[in-house]
Design a protein around this ligand. Sequence first.
Ligand SMILES: [Fe+2]
Length: 303
Amino acid sequence: MVSETFRVIQLSDTHFLEEGGSAEGGFAYDTAEAFDAVFDHITDNHNADLVVVTGDVADHGEPAQYEQAARALGRFDIPVNICPGNHDQDAALTVGIGRPGIGTSSVVNADGWCHLFVDSNAGVMLPDEHGRHIDPVETADRLHRNGTLGAREVASIQDTLNTTSAEHVFVWVHHPPSCPIPMVDDANYASEWDALLTAFPIIKGIGAGHTHIPDKYQLHGREVVVAPSLKHNFDLEAQTWLPPGYWAYDFHADGTFDAELHLVEDTRWPRRPFGRALMSLFQGEITHTQLAEITMRRQQPSN
Ligand SMILES: [Fe+2]
């Protein structure tokens, strides 16, 4: 009998680093420290069934960073399932994260729901001489890219949606489609999701990450939930930094769900104002590279 509420904790953009590693972009919280605080908050406050991580598990897609991620995520005594982000590298993630209880399955079925894990980086992958689709050779070719499903991932999603016996589907994916932030606006990615959401009413919602700006918005009558990061978070309205955090979801048998945002307030992560350069990045006026140059200039001692 389907009567239970299925409870999911969503982490995203954990950006784990190897021991002594430095963060890409030049400014970040200590993600190991942020994970510990978020982990304690989750285990103190929730009795969940599943932990989801919607990508950017590692900061540079390095094997040593997945070791740290696996060690940290392995502390949960419930299953963890992951989809990749643009900071991840496909082979390193699959090999490095694999542990009993930590998976990269594309489908997790529970209580009448199909939780569908989508790779929104699949469109950047290229066929090698064996016909396998692998990451571009240059790590930078994937970093800072907007979402792109590509024909193979779209076909795979369609197969799942046409085959599932679940009554309701919830999509977990790194890049939020049609997100109202100019930095991540991408017409091609938006149109891929427009087609899927129009053709498949069985999709009841989307949980994403990527922006490091926790949010909820509507798309084709579905709620899109965007998760906070452990690396850094921002409130665009207040123009302040935000503490690390997570979403806690209740999935109900009638096809509805609730999602509640939790930010772990602490003096280590004050809600201080952020500057004009960062706002320009979010508004799509400058690139990540230009922001990194500005940040580096400011960190140099003046004479
Ligand atoms: Fe990220």
